[in-house]
Ligand binder design. Structure first.
Ligand SMILES: [Zn+2]
Length: 353
């Protein structure tokens, strides 16, 4: 059950968007993040924070303790900077094999993942336009020796244009089936026109397993960024060593309290699965979502015997999940604490989505 609409409208109107104070980071090989600020610890969080409610500040402190060392880019983005869009100055990373037959082929902003199987390729998201699909996705696949006509399944994480815009072109090129949640496929994309759902296309549902060849991906419904955002878990190998990858399908925090609460419930659902499946890898569809520009640069410079920078271990995944929940909690607390007297949330907790 959702809180009443009059309450949510009142809370949404009162969320304060405080400008960020953190210093812009220098772009170096150690910090290739295109000028994105980072937060590494509680002190930096308090300087850059902008949270004024005591509860929100406590949550933000805990987020910094959880994620500051391993996830400084995501920490700034989630707890602070999401309302401040600095233009990204990083060049697009070169396409690269991140895990055995799992390839990163996106832009500096949006990552696209191609997963090769013995029966064809699974593609995760499609960028914004047909030109992006041609000039980035197809070009990068060819550069890596992957034939784009072998794409068999295109999974779209959510109905924002930068994720589905190239889908119709890629489907026409390859004959791939498109999978997307019903909530997002039948919802209002706000920007752009969703691909028309054909007979062979399919809806993604919670707990569903999508298999192609020797690969199986587990789908989770994780609404909040959009009503039908999906997330994924799937096994990968690094030079033959097995790992479990997790990929949360939506990034930016919503502005209204109901969606923030839904997002936090979705992160708990996601964390159930990252625990149950012992995920030790974090991937994202945005480079801001996995400190991706740092990691892909480290991977490109990897020497024989070095660890894969995308393998963060169980501690890295637990800290990532915790940081994110704490940042959303800070946003929730800040908004609720500023609500007018008499408009507090009902004591009954909202039902599961
Ligand atoms: Zn989005």
């Amino acid at each position: 059950m959702r809180p009443p609409s009059w309450l949510l409208a009142s809370l949404a109107a009162q969320i304060a968007f405080v400008p960020a104070l953190a210093q812009e980071q220098k772009i170096t090989s150690a910090n290739p993040n295109g000028g994105r600020p980072e937060i590494h610890n509680v002190k930096e969080m308090r300087e850059a924070g902008g949270y004024s409610a005591p509860g929100a500040r406590a949550y933000a402190d805990m987020a910094a303790e959880a994620g500051g060392q391993l996830w400084p880019v995501t920490l700034y983005y989630r707890c602070q900077a999401l309302r401040e869009r600095r233009p990204l100055k990083a060049p697009a990373p070169k396409p690269i094999e991140v895990f055995d037959k799992v390839y990163s082929i996106g832009t500096a902003e949006n990552n696209i993942w191609a997963i090769d199987t013995k029966d064809g390729i699974i593609l995760l998201d499609t960028l914004t336009t047909e030109a992006d699909a041609k000039n980035v996705i197809v070009a990068n696949m060819r550069a890596l020796g992957l034939d784009p006509r072998r794409i068999r399944i295109i999974l779209i994480t959510h109905n924002h244009l930068d994720h589905f815009g190239g889908a119709a072109y890629l489907k026409a090129l390859s004959g791939a089936r498109i999978g997307m949640s019903r909530e997002d496929w039948e919802g209002d994309p706000k920007w752009g026109k969703l691909p028309v759902k054909a007979g062979e296309d399919f809806f993604l549902t919670d707990g569903q397993q999508v298999t192609l060849g020797d690969r199986t991906l587990t789908v989770l419904m994780t609404p909040g960024h959009t009503p039908g955002t999906i997330s994924l878990l799937f096994p990968v190998t690094d030079k033959g060593m097995p790992h479990m990858a997790s990929l949360f399908g939506g990034q930016g925090s919503p502005r209204d309290v109901a969606s923030l609460l839904e997002f936090r419930r979705s992160l708990n659902h996601f964390a159930d699965y990252t625990d149950l499946m012992q995920a030790d890898v974090v991937l994202s569809n945005h480079t801001v979502g996995d400190d991706g520009l740092t990691r892909v640069t480290a991977l490109a410079n990897r020497k024989a015997g070095d660890p894969n920078p995308y393998v963060v271990g169980r501690e890295g995944v637990v800290r990532y999940d915790a940081e994110w929940r704490m940042c959303l909690s800070a946003d929730i607390d800040e908004a609720v604490s500023k609500a007018a007297p008499g408009t507090m949330l009902p004591t009954r907790p909202p039902a599961k989505p």
